[in-house]
Design a protein around this ligand. Structure first.
Ligand code: RUB
Length: 276
């Protein structure tokens, strides 16, 4: 297995996961191979990942020049988002999060470094338990974490003050695609008047949605849910779901905090190449 295939394998099996880390790894993979077939393989590993697609498109325009620009953007953008997002975290609050978003983690870490005292409630995120990764990373630096099974999400949200999710994709009408369960949790948070923010690099905007394409929702192997189900039981293992823009209090990106519709305009102003 060469270096390119090694990276692909890690993305496919979620050893490398989260839209942002997938995009960084994908751009790095282009150093080893960038023929048409390999690029197609790379882009099909996780179909719901426009950050990967946008980054690859940008780098392939002019590899020598844009590779460095893309890596620099991807490596520094989370810090910028954290500077903006950490302002929402106050002493004594409880922050609810779902799955594992490196962007959300960066915000929480920065708030903690600023000396803020808060707690995080998070979900397991079945079937692959990315929530454990979140809990482990936060606990390691000293942020107190209470960990819940996914179906306890309502109870956890009711006791929280702020909800932070990551994002995999944002569409032209401001829908946000994130880990399965996110819309259900956003609806619950709205019911209890808890602010809901999506924390994201603006390169996750999906330009294809302007011309009518819906973001593709990745379906993963049923074996991840139940290895040997009885005959007659069909398992649908959707990795992501789409969240209605009206459920979002705001989108936190390196461009600032905006309502979804305004966010789309800001992306266009700052990164016109995404729309080309
Ligand atoms: C991860 C997930 C994350 C987003 C954002 O899903 O839904 O919330 O990808 O992550 P999976 P980041 O584990 O299936 O990749 O902020 O790191 O880009």
């Amino acid at each position: 297995m060469d270096k390119f295939d090694e990276i692909c394998e890690k993305i496919k099996t979620l050893k490398i996961q989260g839209a942002h880390n997938v995009a960084i790894a994908g751009v790095r993979a282009l150093k080893y191979r960038r023929d048409k077939r390999s690029v197609r393989k790379l882009l099909n590993l996780r179909p719901t990942e426009p950050c990967l697609r946008n980054s690859v498109k940008f780098v392939l325009k002019d590899f020598e020049k844009n590779y460095k620009i893309a890596i620099k953007h991807l490596k520094t953008v989370r810090r910028k988002i954290a500077e903006i997002g950490s302002r929402l975290i106050r002493d004594g609050i409880v922050v609810f999060t779902h799955c594992h978003s490196s962007t959300v983690i960066e915000i929480l870490k920065m708030a903690f470094k600023q000396g803020k005292k808060f707690e995080v409630y998070n979900t397991e995120t079945r079937p692959l338990y990315q929530g454990r990764k979140t809990a482990r990373e936060l606990a390691k630096i000293g942020i107190p974490v209470k960990h819940f099974v996914d179906s306890a999400g309502r109870i956890a949200i009711k006791k929280s003050d702020l909800v932070l999710f990551g994002a995999d994709s944002i569409t032209s009408v401001g829908k946000i695609i994130n880990k399965i369960g996110t819309e259900m949790f956003a609806e619950i948070a709205n019911k209890y008047d808890k602010p809901v923010y999506f924390c994201t690099d603006s390169w996750k905007f999906n330009p294809k949605t302007i011309i009518g394409f819906e973001e593709k929702i990745e379906e993963r192997s049923p074996k991840e849910v139940w290895k040997n189900p009885p005959k007659g039981v069909e398992i649908l293992n959707y990795a992501f779901e789409s969240v209605k823009p009206e459920l979002a209090t705001g989108i936190i990106s390196e461009l600032g905090i905006f309502k979804p519709a305004v966010f789309v305009g800001e992306v266009k102003k700052n990164y016109p190449w995404i729309f080309e």
